[in-house]
Design a protein around this ligand. Structure first.
Ligand code: NDP
Length: 457
C-alpha cells in the first residue's frame, strides 16, 4: 500500500506510516462529499452545533494525548501544544455563539407589498488546505464555521501535521459529523494539488505565498470562492517613550514563540535610536534565557524546527546579514542532530538590503534596526510585499494610533504582539493573502448571501 511516513523532527525517527491518498481517491472522496452535503445542510443548526459542542468536549477529554501527538510530529514544545488546544476551545465557543446571528435570514426592506431579504446559503463542498505550524488553530478557523454553516469539508492537513489531521477527523466523526461530510486527505503537496483541480465550491488555503500563488493560478478561471491566508514579515516599532524592558520581553516572546514558526511572529523590529542600546541589551538577555531542547520537557521554550528545509533558509539569511555588516549577538547557527535544530538568533545593525529584513524567516531569528523618527519607522514598516500584522510600543495611544493607521496590515497591535482573537477578522494586505477568517465575517465567508425579492401582491 502507498503510505506516508511521519517523522519526529526532534529525533529524526519515523513514528508512523499512514495510508496516503492519490488523485483517484481524492476524486472519489470529493464526489462522496458532494452527495452527502445536501443532507448535512438540511440538518438543523441546533443539531450541527451539538456536533461541534461534542467535538469540543472530546478535545478537552483527550487534550493531553492530542498535545503529545502534535509535539511528536511538529517538534513544538508540549506546553505550547497544550496552549494551542486550549486556545482552540475559545475559538469554538466564539463560533458557537456567533453562528445563529451571523447566518439568520435578514429582512432589509418591507414596504408596499415588496419584501427584500438576505439569506446565507452554504457554499457547498469546500476544500481546506492547511499548514502545520498551528494545525488546530488554522484548521479550526475554517472547518468549524464551515461545518456549522452546512458545508462539507475536504481537509488536507500538511504532511507535517498528518497525525493531528487524522485525530481531528476521528473526533469530529465521533461527535456525529458524517464521514463523508468531514473528509481528511492524507499526503503531500500533490494531494493538495489534486484537490485543487476537483469540482469544489470554495477553497480555503493557509500556507506560503508560493503555494498560494500557484493555487490562485490553478483555480482562477473556475470562479469559485478562494481564500488565501499566507505569510508575513511582521514589523514592530518601539517608540522613544516606550517602557523599554517590557517591550523587549514581550517582543522576544513574540519573535521566538514556537521557534518563530507563526504567521504573526514578530519578524522585524525597529527601535528609536535614543533607547536602541538599552532595548537590545534587555532583548538579548531575555533570548539567552530561552531553553532549547526536548519538546516533551516542560521547561523547553524552543523545540525542533518542523521542516528541515527551513534550516537552509535561516542559514542563508544569517550569512547574507553577516556579509552585509550586521552584528550577531547570540546564535546564528544550527545545533547538531538528530533532528532539526536552530539556535535563537539576534542581529542588530541590519537594513533593508538584507534578506533577513525582507523575506519571511519563519524561524527563531530576528533583526533589530535603529530608526530616527516615527516617520522613518512607518516608511520601513511599509517597505514590504506583505501586510499581515504590525505593532507599536508606546504609552501614548494617540501616537500609536497615528503610526498604526499609516501601516498597511490586516491586524495592528498597541503594546502587544503575536496575538489572534476569534472576535476580530484575520486577514492580510498584499502578498499576505486574500479573504479572511474569524469574527462574524469569518462565519459568513462560508456562505453565499442570496438575495430574495418577494412581492406579495
Ligand atoms: P506550504 O505552502 O508549504 O503548504 C501549505 C499546504 O499546502 C500544505 O498542506 C501543503 O501540503 C499544501 N500544498 C503544497 N503544495 C501544494 C499545491 N501545489 N497545491 C495545493 N496544496 C499544496 O506552507 P506551510 O505548510 O509550510 O506553512 C507555512 C506558511 O504558512 C508560512 O508562510 C506561514 O506564514 C503561512 N501561514 C499563514 C497563516 C495566516 O493566517 N496568514 C497561518 C499559518 C501559516 P504538504 O505540507 O503536505 O506539502
Amino acid at each position: 500500500m502507498n503510505t506516508l511516513t511521519i517523522t519526529n523532527p526532534a529525533t529524526g525517527a519515523s513514528i508512523a506510516n499512514v495510508p496516503r491518498d492519490d488523485a483517484a481517491s481524492v476524486a472519489a472522496k470529493v464526489s462522496q462529499a458532494r452527495t452527502a452535503q445536501p443532507a448535512w445542510q438540511a440538518v438543523s443548526l441546533a443539531e450541527r452545533k451539538g456536533c461541534i459542542e461534542r467535538f469540543r468536549s472530546f478535545v478537552v477529554r483527550d487534550l493531553e494525548s492530542l498535545a503529545h501527538t502534535l509535539t511528536h510530529e511538529t517538534g513544538k514544545p508540549v506546553k505550547q501544544s497544550r496552549n494551542e488546544l486550549n486556545g482552540l476551545l475559545g475559538r469554538i465557543d466564539f463560533f458557537l455563539g456567533a453562528v445563529d446571528t451571523s447566518t439568520n435570514t435578514v429582512t432589509v426592506f418591507n414596504e408596499g407589498g415588496m419584501c427584500e431579504q438576505i439569506e446565507q446559503v452554504p457554499l457547498g463542498v469546500v476544500a481546506n488546505i492547511s499548514a502545520w505550524n498551528y494545525p488546530w488553530f488554522v484548521g479550526g478557523n475554517v472547518f468549524v464555521p464551515a461545518l456549522l454553516t452546512g458545508n462539507a469539508v475536504l481537509y488536507k492537513p500538511s504532511e507535517f501535521a498528518t497525525m493531528t489531521g487524522l485525530a481531528i477527523a476521528r473526533l469530529l466523526h465521533e461527535a456525529g459529523i458524517p464521514e463523508n461530510v468531514f473528509v481528511p486527505l492524507v499526503g503531500t503537496g500533490d494531494v493538495g494539488e489534486a484537490l485543487t483541480g476537483e469540482r469544489i465550491d470554495g477553497l480555503f488555503f493557509t500556507g506560503s505565498y508560493a503555494t498560494g500563488a500557484s493555487i490562485a493560478r490553478a483555480v482562477g478561471p473556475r470562479m469559485i470562492k478562494l481564500q488565501l491566508e499566507l505569510g508575513g514579515k511582521d514589523p514592530t516599532y518601539v517608540c522613544l517613550d516606550a517602557n523599554v524592558k517590557n517591550a523587549a520581553l514581550s517582543l522576544a516572546d513574540g519573535a521566538m514563540y514556537n521557534a518563530g514558526q507563526s504567521c504573526c511572529s514578530v519578524e522585524r523590529i525597529y527601535v528609536h535610536e535614543s533607547i536602541h542600546d538599552e532595548f537590545l541589551q534587555h532583548f538579548v538577555e531575555e533570548v539567552k534565557t530561552f531553553k532549547v531542547g526536548d519538546p516533551m520537557s516542560e521547561d523547553t521554550y524552543i523545540g525542533a524546527m518542523t521542516r528541515a528545509a527551513q534550516l537552509d533558509v535561516l542559514d542563508a539569511q544569517a550569512k547574507d546579514a553577516t556579509a552585509k555588516g550586521a552584528t550577531l549577538h547570540v546564535g546564528g547557527h544550527r545545533l547538531p542532530g538528530p533532528g532539526n535544530w536552530y539556535t535563537p538568533t539576534v542581529f542588530s545593525n541590519v537594513d533593508h538590503t538584507m534578506e533577513l529584513m525582507r523575506e519571511e524567516s519563519f524561524g527563531p531569528i530576528i533583526g533589530i534596526q535603529k530608526v530616527k523618527s516615527d516617520e522613518e519607522a512607518v516608511a520601513l514598516m511599509n517597505d514590504t510585499r506583505y501586510g499581515l500584522t504590525a505593532g507599536v510600543f508606546t504609552p501614548d495611544e494617540a501616537r500609536a494610533r497615528s503610526v498604526l493607521s499609516r501601516v498597511n496590515a490586516g491586524s495592528v497591535y498597541w503594546n502587544c504582539c503575536d496575538r489572534v482573537s476569534p472576535r476580530l477578522p484575520w486577514s492580510g494586505y498584499g502578498d499576505s493573502g486574500i479573504g479572511l477568517t474569524l469574527s462574524t465575517y469569518g462565519v459568513q465567508t462560508f456562505c453565499r448571501p442570496k438575495a430574495w425579492h418577494l412581492r406579495s401582491a
